[in-house]
Design a protein. Sequence first.
Length: 367
Amino acid sequence: MSEHTHTAQAKEPLLRMVRRDAISSRKSWGIRAAAFLLSLVTGGIVILMLGHNPFSVYVSMVKGAWGSKTVIYETVKIAIPLLITAIGISFAFKMKFWNIGGEGQILVGAVAAGGVGLFTAHIFPKLPLVLLMMLAAIVAGGLYGLLPAVCKAKWGTNETLFTLMLNYIALAFIKYLMNGPWKAPGSSYPKIAMLVPGARLTKVLGVHWGWILALILVVASYIYFNKTKQGYEIAVVGESNNTARYAGINVGKVFRRTMFISGALCGLVGMLQFAGSDYTITEGTAGGVGFTAITVAWLAKMNPYGMLVVSVFIAMLERGSNAIQTQFKIPASASDLLIGIILFFMLGCEFFISYRLIGRGKEEHHA
């Protein structure tokens, strides 16, 4: 063996990451199933360390999410904002615009809806009032999403930092409203007044009608992504800005239009949380949905139908974790750890679906 070959092998890393050319659907789902089983085993070890039977805890989690009408309604209520926010974020992510500002856009939408609902409920009948709250939330969230798109298109700003910063600005504004102009009359501590019962969203089959809207958005977004010119432009911009420009696509316009839609959908979630779930606005109105929805979008590979499945799955985990805290007196931190373990394995398996590891000295074969 030549000296050159020895040198090349010495420089070669122990493991190399190689992108797969293709993988069968059966194999990819096999990897996902294996990852899910491993997550249950790992979580089971944690449960054993806490002194409980893993099988009993897992059964309790499922029953806690699906065991009665009441808990099913709660699971669906958790899934609604996750699903709509994930769809909104996927608009941006599909064009490689990293919108981390879902939380802020939700809060701004809630504030806009609150400005209408809290102060004009005595003026408008219910239907016009709800429509006005929706419109206000959509416009406010859309404009809040549009701002980083305009700055990126004009000055090349970093959208990740920009949208993250806007989250904190929205949160600070909520605190200002709670302590100042919107503070509930007669309250001894900072809080915003409750929305009057006559302005709250009507329930359909036990849950506010946001679940119907979410299902409509799943179908509409799928059609938009796959059957429209605008969806095609998003895909081209996501592949390469330069390629998009060569194809005659106005990249700045696509950024602005798509980020307005992304922010608008997140703003709509704020309205649904305000008028359909919380009936007030607090620092926890978004409740981490803007960040969890990123996980939903990635696990679903930006497919709206996949997001429906994943959002319901994560809602089940969250609702189930609440159940085991009550039944087994498991600390909230431990139940959150169980959810984290499952999501870690499910996200991690996507790596092995897209890539494979090759040892030193092994030939690269296409797979």
